[in-house]
Design a protein around this ligand. Structure first.
Ligand SMILES: [Zn+2]
Length: 139
């Protein structure tokens, strides 16, 4: 078992380099009020470089949202300084209210109060499109 600097909490590893703060925002985790450490642009054998988020807190991570914004990420659950569980993010078929559609003519842009909804278009390419206008999701 790998020993980490987190005692009881979680580690979100393999976050795409430079996106850790965005990922926290999407996960509704406030860095100002959460005990956490960010490691940006760490070396990654698999991806060249990556970000790592270490949270010393028993946060519930929404694995749907994580899969939507950072599919390659992994979640380690740490107890007593040891990784006791590894979780993979989900690749949700449908996701509501996480990001905004970037199409300026989309009904969700022009009409207030419409929920932002995206559906999974291609599993392999990890491509999501807006339910209303078919614009590809961009993070
Ligand atoms: Zn749209």
């Amino acid at each position: 078992m790998e020993v980490t600097s987190v005692q009881n909490g979680i580690i979100i590893d393999h976050v795409p380099a430079g996106t850790a703060l965005k990922v926290l925002e999407y996960l509704n985790i406030d860095p100002a009020t959460t005990k956490l450490a960010l490691i940006m642009n760490a070396d990654s054998k698999r991806y060249g470089s990556k970000d790592i988020i270490k949270i010393e807190d028993d946060k519930d991570i929404d694995l749907d949202v994580l899969g939507f914004v950072a599919r390659q990420a992994t979640v380690d659950v740490v107890r007593g300084g040891q990784i006791v569980e590894k979780k993979q993010p989900n690749l949700p078929e449908h996701i509501v209210g996480v990001i905004r559609c970037v199409n300026p003519r989309c009904v969700t842009t022009t009409e207030p109060g419409i929920k932002q909804m995206f559906h999974l278009m291609h599993t392999d390419r990890h491509e999501y499109r807006c339910d209303y206008c078919d614009e590809e999701a961009r993070f």
